[in-house]
Design a protein around this ligand. Sequence first.
Ligand code: DAH
Length: 368
Amino acid sequence: MSDDIVLDEFGYDEPTLDKLFETLKKEVISSSENYSQEAFKLHWLGRKQGRLKVLSEAWLKSAPPEARKPLGIRFNQLKQQIEAALEAPATTTRAAQAGASIDITLPGTTRAPGIPHPLLKTMQEIVAVFHHLGYSTNLGPQVESDFYNFEALNFPPNHPARDTQDTLVIASQQSRPSRDRLLMRTHTSPVQIRTMIDQPPPVRIVIPGKVHRNDAADATHSPIFHQVEGLCVDTNITFSDLKGTLDHAMKALFGSAVKTRFFPSFFPFTEPSADVQISCIFCNGKGCRKCKHSGWIELLGCGMVDPAVFAAIDEQRAAQGKSPAYNPEKITGFAFGMGVERIAMIQHGISDIGHFYSGDMRFLEQFA
Ligand code: DAH
């Protein structure tokens, strides 16, 4: 901005003043758009070096006596324009307030609307499959106690999963009873416990969320990842309900041609437990590099809720003054848990889990 507007060269006639103050008004507008509010205020209204003060003093001093009054009026108007620009909240509004015209025929500033992250998208797809079967969603905390993450899920005290090798624990809790010690949840299963303590059967819920493990990152592992857990508890729930439900879910996610098979497995909180495999979607089960030439891809864990879990629930319900509701003679259920990253990687043929977290637009834009 120039400080070189000198009146003597022009005289004090109205047309000259009109022109000069029009120039100053434009300067107010453009500086209100380009300066921060503080910088703008200092520039124009600064008590010692402010442009308003410097100009008005210089010009009034050199003006002939009869020109001082109209000149003073003009400076007052200019001050009002500066103050109006200062009071308006946004820079563009400040400019408008000071008298700039806004051309509404110009195209607006376009903003890319963004898309759901591919992991979120897959998580929502999984959840939606179960919503259609009448399940609702429950969430739980990521900082969890040993009781919910392990003890109530029937993990024995020295189970390897409790080792700090596998679990990220919150520091300085040695003085607490072991069940109250806090850790980052290693799976979404603790929300099964929270839900059943909260409500009697029937229960049909899915639990999407972040989980944490003390794992080094590599192409298929990340210390933070996502799971979707499921729990269905009622009278007369059987292993065939479990098989039918998961077979349906896998077909809904990967296409109706997909086959499922169930392998005996072990989880402390289910009995019997199973691993679910789907026929390889890359080679239709013929055998390829992706399925290590077996024709099958392992996808999730599941099983019938262990009676020891129901016992822990009713014990806790009693401690909270709630009536027992999970008598394993009458109530049965199944549970399952799957990794969202793994499913998204298979869906999209992604070979490195790190892509999900890199924030690289070249990767993310492929899902737009
Ligand atoms: N919580 C298990 C894990 O993190 C996954 C799992 C397996 C969940 C079997 C279940 C289940 O609900 O029944 O690896």
